[in-house]
Design a protein around this ligand. Structure first.
Ligand code: ADP
Ligand code: MG
Length: 783
């Protein structure tokens, strides 16, 4: 009896096992069973030939309409004539379009492929004189003898080595007995549905199907990772049955039943891992931080120049209640751009200090850390000047700690953090690996980084004497299912109300070909500056040779423009043959200074600049001494200059939906309305242009996040989860499977509560271990 660990070699023989290993990296029975069909053909249903793409390996089901045998040319010399038995051209149809199949030296093809016959054909799609063709396709008869295979003995790898001969070799001598083998191939496809697998030129879909048949026929009862109770509650079939149904379905209903079951495996594994994590977090007691009356927080509230929004007040109360407990807080605060998360964070941090502890605020970039430092000093005033002359009342000190600070200053700061004289620390994530010792770390706030992974969260928690409380903040709206999956170990709060008095941002798409609109665009920027406001011009790149704006260490720009890496449909970035290069700060800056923005105070800002220069530019921009900032995505998150009212994004099609939404959140933060202009060179009909119009048409970040998610593969959302792994989320669709994910979350909670280490569920424990050490760990980390 086989189980999932059985090497394929012992089932299929060395030859086919190595073919599966080489072509598809499948080594065990489990690997093969998890190589799932891409789609299914109804028996007799013809493939739409219009969909074929030249250069791709295609598997089609089509009907033969015409067979033409070309005789070898008479003038061929003898040696050629001996070998050349002529070219056979077979025309097949899907009922509308046609495709030609060309065979050399295979006159016998015509015998099996008579007009009216339907079969599967696989090969690389080519084009010849405007007609699409497959040269020497592999052929698989569905309802009759298979010209390619001698399947008679039912075991691969014994006779003939047919699988090994899939080579597309033209002019082979065809002696291998493929023709006319009368064994019916029907046995390969039990039902009316023919599974079509991801295949390669050397390993066709039906060869895979055949290997699967052999495996499935001798598959024993598998130990099921899903507990019996879960299966019966949710009416899920057993694992072995699910594999049978997904690979050899009788009906579409079978496929659905199997998929649901296999999705459950994926969902339950992820949710169980998260439930275990939550539990471990809760097991460790920490110090309650209830604050105190008459402390820093009270003084801060009294001096705040505005009233908190209802949302800010509610979230603050939740946080205060959690900080007062002996269980570490573990909370994600999601708040629309400009919703005022910083104030909420500062209040929590002051509570920590009022309770005798320290708090740290981590930002994704140095620019943002420096800004936070400045605004903390401003917000706190005297309260941040503990120990200075003339300061009375409760006070603490605020330190900035970044990767690029001079060694001396760094040493002093570290000492002050270690002896507790500094209560609030602002820094970049570089702070994590830097061997920083806190006197008594009470709270960690991670700003603008939902990508802050589980591992990093764990690392931080292990920092203090007791695990610190944790608050992660992000402006990226996170669909509920993503939150449940990727951030399943965090409780979520949402701030979706903007402080009153904000004006909406209007967004427009500006096609580069429209010179009138282009000059209006720059004119608009000049008008804003003339009215005393400031502006951003965003470029996708720093300079030549820098795809994306990020510096390699990732300390500055949060993320390179998305089309660079993600398979956004219609993304017009460098994937399009490198023709479009995308504006750079290096080129744009001097051009604007000389031309469109002549006479204005213009500065550049990007992650390759030395930290001091960056800070200088940012400080002067914030102080209103610079009119226009020509920047990369270094300003994407968090930068808060309320006087900035206009943003022009050059080559905006380089960016993804959510990123554009983030970027434009930098304007309209004060009382004056904001305007965002999305310049683009792409054609109005391109999918990228569609994306830009979507961004222009709504300011609802949650709606855009869903659009973003819908446009990407799930794999992009989950980072590496999907890239190489077999057990990662392949079937689960975060947008569609919300109910299933929710149920799996409940079940996982119950399972872990009853049996935290899964002692009684070895199969689930194993699945979990596999998933975690390969790929899911990667996605949990990336978050
Ligand atoms: P984000 O949530 O995007 O990080 P910030 O915390 O940077 O937003 O806040 C954006 C701006 O709104 C800041 O200038 C901040 O001082 C201001 N702000 C925050 N809360 C309020 C409020 N309740 N009323 C008015 N302005 C506020
Ligand atoms: Mg912020």
């Amino acid at each position: 009896m086989l189980d999932l660990d059985t090497p394929l070699k012992s089932v299929l023989g060395a030859k086919h096992a190595s073919l599966l290993a080489d072509e598809l990296d499948l080594a065990t029975v489990g690997d093969l069973l998890n190589h799932l069909p891409r789609r299914y053909h109804e028996r007799g249903e013809l493939t739409d030939l219009d969909g074929l793409v030249v250069g791709e390996i295609a598997t089609v089901q089509a009907r033969v309409t015409k067979v033409v045998k070309h005789k070898p040319r008479a003038d061929w010399n003898t040696s050629n004539r001996r070998r050349e038995s002529g070219r056979t051209e077979i025309t097949v149809t899907d009922g509308r379009g046609e495709l030609s199949l060309v065979f050399f030296n295979q006159q016998w093809r015509a015998k099996a492929l008579t007009p009216g016959t339907t079969a599967l054909f696989a090969g690389k799609v080519a084009e010849f004189r405007g007609r699409r063709q497959l040269i020497h396709p592999e052929v698989h008869m569905i309802d009759g003898p298979d010209p390619d295979d001698d399947a008679g003995d039912g075991r691969l790898g014994v006779a003939g080595g047919q699988l090994g001969e899939l080579g597309v070799g033209v002019g082979g001598d065809d002696v291998a007995g493929e023709r006319g083998d009368q064994a019916s191939a029907v046995a390969d496809f039990a039902g009316a549905l023919v599974p079509i697998y991801p295949a390669t030129a050397k390993l066709t879909s039906w060869k895979i199907a055949r290997c699967l048949r052999l495996v499935l026929d001798s598959l024993g009862a598998l130990t099921d990772p899903l507990p019996e109770s879960v299966r019966s509650r949710h009416r899920l079939v057993g694992l072995a049955r699910a594999y049978q149904l997904i690979h050899r379905p009788g009906t579409r209903g079978d496929v659905a039943v199997a998929r649901t079951r296999l999705k459950w495996d994926e969902a339950l594994v992820v949710q169980t891992a998260l439930a275990q994590r939550r539990r471990r977090v809760e097991l460790v007691a920490t110090q309650p931080r209830p604050g105190r009356a008459g402390g820093l927080l009270d003084a801060f509230d009294a001096s705040l120049p505005f009233a908190l929004t209802d949302g800010q007040r509610e979230v603050s109360e939740t946080i205060a209640a959690e900080l007062a407990k002996a269980v570490p807080m573990h909370r994600l605060l999601q708040g629309e751009v400009g919703s005022g998360k910083t104030v909420v964070a500062v209040r929590a941090m002051l509570l920590a200090v009022d309770s005798g502890g320290q708090a740290v605020l981590l930002a994704p970039t140095e620019t943002l850390a420096a800004q936070h430092h400045r605004s903390l000093l401003r917000l706190l005033g005297d309260q941040a000047r503990a120990g200075e002359l003339g300061v009375s009342g409760p006070a603490t000190r605020v330190a900035l700690l970044t990767g690029s600070m001079p060694a001396r200053a760094r040493r002093d700061t570290l000492a002050a953090i270690a002896d507790g004289s500094v209560g609030l620390v602002v820094g970049t994530h570089a702070l994590l690996g830097a061997g920083v010792t806190f006197h008594d770390l009470a709270l960690v706030v991670v700003d603008e980084q939902h990508r802050f992974g589980v591992e990093q969260r764990d690392e931080l928690r292990s920092r203090g004497r007791r695990p610190p409380h944790l608050l992660v903040m992000t402006a990226t709206p996170i669909p509920r299912t993503v939150a449940m999956t990727v951030f399943g170990d965090l409780e979520v709060s949402v701030l979706n109300q903007l402080p009153s008095g904000r004006s909406p941002i209007s967004t427009f798409v500006v096609p580069a070909v429209n010179t009138v609109l282009m000059s209006r665009m720059w004119g608009r920027l000049r008008e804003e500056v003339a009215a005393g406001h400031q502006a951003y011009v965003v470029c996708p790149r720093v300079g030549e040779g820098t795809a994306g704006a990020g510096d390699p260490a990732g300390t500055e720009e949060p993320a390179p423009p998305e089309p660079v890496e993600s398979a956004q449909p219609g993304g017009q970035g460098p994937r399009d043959g490198g023709e479009r290069v995308g504006a750079t700060v290096a080129q744009t800056l001097p051009r604007l200074v000389a031309d469109e923005l002549a006479g204005l105070r213009v500065e550049g800002l990007h992650g390759r600049m030395p930290a001091a220069a960056r800070d200088d530019v940012m400080t002067r921009f914030a102080a209103g001494e610079v009119d226009v900032l020509v920047a990369t995505t270094v300003i994407e998150v968090g930068v808060d200059v309320p006087n900035a009212t206009v943003m022009i994004i050059l080559d905006s099609d380089w960016f993804g939906v959510s990123q554009l939404h983030q970027l434009r959140g930098r304007v309209g933060r004060g009382s004056a309305p904001g305007i965002c202009l999305l310049q683009t060179c792409v054609d109005a009909t391109a999918p990228a242009a569609e994306r830009l119009r979507a961004v222009a048409s709504t300011s609802d970040g949650a709606e855009l996040a869903l659009l973003d998610l819908a446009q990407r593969r799930e794999g992009d959302v989950l980072g590496a989860a999907q890239s190489g792994g077999r057990r990662s989320l392949r079937l689960l669709e975060l947008l569609r499977d919300e109910d299933l994910i929710r149920s799996a979350r409940e079940e996982a909670g119950a399972i872990v509560a009853a049996d935290p280490e899964l002692q009684s569920l070895p199969a689930l424990r194993r699945l979990l271990a596999d998933a975690l050490d390969e790929t899911s760990a990667a996605f949990l980390e990336k978050g």
